[in-house]
Design a binder for this molecule. Structure first.
Ligand code: FE
Length: 190
């Protein structure tokens, strides 16, 4: 009797082992959409965890180093500052929107850009208050208000209270932290 039980148990185990496991990735629609999105994404690391637009992005330091240029990494991830009048956008007036160079979150509309004469792109307001965050910065013997991207935490620049109307604010942002997207590119989704 005991032998029969053992044989039956072994047979059951063999049967279970032979059964294919259910393909959860293929049957869950959300997983299929996510897999398709990663396949279509040419970025070397694919889409980050929880990577829909607007959701927080967390990457390791090694991943940021791989994705960003050395100058982008220095400014965005090490709170560096590009030299005045050297950035791509300090004197531009093209319409469109400026997105985060690290995560593509929309940050500043061109309508709020003004010529501050400082040599850095300057804006009176972000595209939405929740798209940027501020924090106290006591580095370099100064007390300033740092501006970071709310989606990926990357350093963008600083905000000061000496801007023009209507806000009276001057968001002093590094060009290298931004990417300009023209209205045509906005329409085509690139
Ligand atoms: Fe960002």
């Amino acid at each position: 009797m005991r032998i029969t039980t053992v044989v039956m148990a072994l047979a059951l185990m063999t049967l279970l082992a032979a059964c294919p496991r259910p393909e959860t990735a293929a049957t869950n629609p959300d997983d299929r959409v996510h897999a398709a999105r990663i396949e279509a994404d040419p970025a070397p690391l694919g889409e980050p965890e929880g990577g829909c637009m607007g959701e927080p992005i967390e990457r390791t330091d090694a991943e940021w180093r791989e994705i960003l240029t050395p100058q982008q990494y220095h400014v965005l991830r090490q709170k560096g500052t590009e030299r005045a009048f050297t950035g791509a956008y300090h004197a531009t007036k093209e319409p469109g929107v400026y997105v985060c160079a690290a995560c593509e979150q929309e940050l500043f509309p061109s309508e709020t850009k003004f010529d501050s004469g400082t040599g850095w792109p300057s804006f009176t307001a972000p595209i939405a208050s929740e798209n940027v965050e501020t924090q106290l910065d006591r580095s370099h013997g100064m007390v300033r208000t740092e501006v970071v991207c709310s989606r990926c935490g990357s350093h963008l620049g600083h905000v000061f209270n000496d801007g023009p109307g209507p806000t009276g604010l001057r968001f002093c942002i590094n060009s290298v932290s931004l990417r300009h997207v023209s209205p045509e590119d906005q329409k085509s989704g690139s």
